[in-house]
Write a protein that binds this ligand. Structure first.
Ligand code: APR
Ligand code: PHB
Length: 388
């Protein structure tokens, strides 16, 4: 493997988009991905794209399929106490969100890398970083029995929440919280119950009505972390979902056999700083948010926007100001998304030990959201995404 300018560890959305953005600045990179291409593409992940994400992808030649297949939503709904509160995103912010699965984003990114002849190494095992504090870091990895080493000017750690790159940050401080429940998710080839998303707060627990397309529904139920999927056959899921939704919504629910079911834990983690020497972290490698705010993919995009801009400045004129400020710049946006995801999770879920007081606090906040334009604007501007 020849030396390169930027070595990227991780071929998920963060790593692949970073390679694509660097290419637009004429910066060479190599992506090392532990899994196979098909494995990465086989992951089913949410895709609620903020306006800024859609605009950035479009600005870099990745907008055509989103325009054709993405579902643009100008509103989002909160349900509680038998009523539905619609937050008019467009009226409050002039922006919208677009439903476009992460798998589709990943497919588009891989196709763009193929078209550009981008260097991607799949099934790269035992990636290790060396000499990160020097001006010539080195990486080692193996594919099958063949070991390889190469040098780079910079290393981007885009290897997600189970990667290795964050372990190379000596002074990292981790801010973490685990939520005392999970999400039981189901995918069904049925028309979504509503043409927008519905986040529901019910005494039995949270429910979410989402979608992948007009023919593919995605639903979630808050569940205890030790929930056994085998105890939740489809009929039980559909009955409980209908129970947690207002009758005006539940009566329209079209059920069908599940084509995928899963249980997702909810936690939050932020690693500070996001850089050391020539290593810069981006995406889930640096931070994880609960899915309640649909921020994970969007934060990966904003991180690599800031990082690619900083690297472009360095290669353009040797300036290091943006590179030195990368962690601070990215974390400012990360913490806003972590706070919003925490706020949405606190507002819409039943927490053990909350009691009547906690329930009354949620009801009061929802009443405020139902009647206050200021409250709706605050929620809307966070949901569509704060400016990059
Ligand atoms: N070496 C090489 N690749 C690795 C290693 C490693 N040691 N460890 C992990 N990887 C790869 C994973 O196989 C994965 O494809 O890094 C990639 C990281 O991708 P993601 O986990 O998707 O993280 P990111 O690119 O930051 O995207 C964040 O993905 O997980 C969702 O909810 C998350 O939507 C958010 C988005
Ligand atoms: C999803 O469609 O999987 C989804 C949508 C919105 C969320 C989380 C998940 O907040």
């Amino acid at each position: 493997m020849a030396d390169t300018q930027v070595a990227i560890v991780g071929g998920g959305p963060a790593g692949t988009l970073l390679a694509h953005l660097l290419e637009s600045h004429g910066i060479e990179s190599v992506v090392l991905e532990r899994r196979s291409r098909d494995y990465v593409l086989g992951r089913i992940r949410a895709g609620v794209l903020e306006q800024g994400t859609v605009d950035l992808l479009a600005a870099h030649g990745l907008g055509d399929r989103i325009d054709r297949e993405g579902l643009r939503h100008t509103g989002v709904n909160l349900a509680a106490g038998g009523r539905v509160i619609r937050i008019d995103l467009a009226a409050r912010t002039g922006k919208a969100v677009t439903i476009y699965g992460q798998t589709q984003v990943q497919t588009d990114l891989y196709e763009a890398r193929d078209a550009a002849g981008g260097a991607m190494v799949f099934e790269a095992e035992d990636v290790a970083l060396h000499d990160l504090e020097s001006d010539r870091p080195r990486l080692t990895y193996s594919v099958g029995c063949e070991s390889t080493t190469f040098g780079a000017d910079f290393v981007a750690g885009c290897d997600g929440s189970h990667g290795v790159c964050s372990s190379y940050l000596p002074a990292v401080r981790r801010y973490a919280t685990d939520y005392p429940f999970g999400w039981l998710g189901i995918l069904a080839a049925t028309p979504p119950v509503c043409d927008e998303l519905i986040y529901a707060n019910h005494p039995n627990g949270f429910a979410l009505c989402s979608m992948r397309s007009r023919q593919l529904s995605r639903y979630y139920l808050q569940c205890p972390m030790d929930t056994d999927l085998e105890e939740w056959p489809d009929d039980r899921f559909w009955d409980e979902l209908r129970t947690r939704l207002p009758a005006t919504v539940g009566d329209n629910l079209i059920t069908g056999p599940s084509i995928e079911r899963s249980i997702t834990p909810l936690h939050s983690l932020v690693s500070e700083p996001m850089q050391v020497g020539r290593l810069h972290l981006a995406g889930d490698a640096a931070h994880v948010v609960p899915p309640t705010g649909a921020k994970g993919l969007n934060l990966a995009v904003s991180d690599v926007h800031y990082l690619s801009r900083a690297l472009a400045a360095y290669y353009r004129d040797g300036s290091t100001g943006l590179l030195n400020a990368y962690s601070r710049t990215a974390l400012s946006r990360v913490w806003n998304a972590v706070r919003f995801s925490w706020w949405m999770t606190q507002l819409m879920h039943r927490f053990p030990g909350d009691g009547d007081f906690g329930l009354r606090m949620q009801q009061t906040e929802l009443d405020y959201l139902a009647t206050s334009r200021a409250a709706q604007t605050a929620m809307a501007e966070n949901y569509v995404g704060l400016p990059l």
